[in-house]
Design a protein. Structure first.
Length: 314
């Protein structure tokens, strides 16, 4: 069923034009290729006779799921099978968590919007945010299934989730993890199965060879894209379940630790303790001051007794 209403245009602006394809009525075609107010006759003059028939790539537009997962910063997401989303059992309880649930679900599945729905730019932005939230919550459920684990394993093999920034882990591939399963609590983190610790997402900028002696791994301090992803979209269970399902991809735990040195000598554990003790003695607390005063009085009493001469015998 084809809608007779004009396609809604989002907040992209510029050369963004509404897509005329039935499966993209919810989205804005931001690929450029002309102004929205261009004359159709002028547009025809720009097309050569050899290219009158559209090619296969022009006929087939990517689905919303493929488009969303291909965006920069969404490398932590895998493509959820549409048949999984179409099963109402898998979406149980999500309608109460996501605003505009029905419209967001239609957008994800590339269903045509209703005839009587005309969205403003602001409403379209709200709907896009709701679709992203709904897909994230569906994604968290999907990646703990057999198909989802297999899809995320392929991304792990390609190091799509980044590498551990810890030097002694030697570039171990990481997995996304959330510190809470409740949306809005925290952003996604990277879990390293080698040191079993979590880190903020970082960009792997490759390696650099310095004077042919050692290879230095370079990382961007923090990824501005992945750090805005909700941690609930990965969940607290996923990385550990994947390593339990595929134990051959679990690396041995790193037992090495950094050893601080001064002029080439290892620091003794008491090195910092000896420097803290003078400071503690210089600033005694009230109990230490009272005990010191009492000890001083006792010492003065003992000294006075020893100073008293013994009585003379008759």
């Amino acid at each position: 069923m084809t809608s007779n209403r004009p396609a809604s245009v989002g907040a992209g602006g510029g050369n963004a034009v509404a897509s005329a394809s039935a499966d993209n009525c919810w989205r804005v075609n931001v690929r450029g290729g002309g102004n929205a107010g261009a004359n159709p006759i002028d547009a025809v003059d720009l097309v050569s006779e050899e290219s009158e028939e559209p090619t296969g790539s022009e006929q087939e537009e990517p689905s919303w799921i493929s488009w969303f997962c291909s965006l920069r910063g969404n490398e932590f997401f895998c493509e959820v099978d549409e048949d999984y989303i179409e099963d109402d059992f898998n979406l149980s309880g999500l309608s109460s968590q996501v605003p505009y649930y029905d419209y967001a679900l239609d957008m994800i599945l590339d269903n045509e919007p209703p005839h009587d729905v005309m969205l403003t730019d602001q409403q379209h932005e709200l709907l896009e945010s709701a679709a992203e939230m709904l897909y994230g919550l569906i994604h968290a459920r999907y990646i703990v299934t057999a198909r989802g684990l297999a899809a995320m394993l392929e991304k792990l093999k390609n190091c799509d989730f980044g590498r551990c920034p810890r030097v002694l882990c030697e570039g171990q591939a990481c997995l996304p993890v959330g510190t809470s399963d409740i949306p809005g609590q925290s952003t996604v983190k990277m879990y390293c199965p080698k040191c079993e610790d979590i880190y903020y997402p970082r960009y792997d900028l490759g390696t650099s060879d310095i004077s042919g002696q050692s290879t230095v791994k370079m990382y961007c301090p923090k990824s501005e894209y992945q750090c805005s992803i909700d941690g609930a979209y990965s969940g607290t269970t996923f990385p550990h379940l994947l390593l339990m399902t595929y134990p051959m991809y679990r690396p041995p735990k790193c037992t090495d630790s950094y050893v601080p040195r001064v002029f080439g000598f290892k620091l003794h554990p008491s090195a910092y303790v000896n420097r803290e003790q003078p400071a503690q003695r210089a600033l005694p607390n009230s109990l230490d001051a009272d005990a010191a005063a009492e000890n001083k009085e006792q010492a003065a009493a003992v000294a006075s007794q020893n100073a008293t001469p013994a009585p003379m015998g008759g």
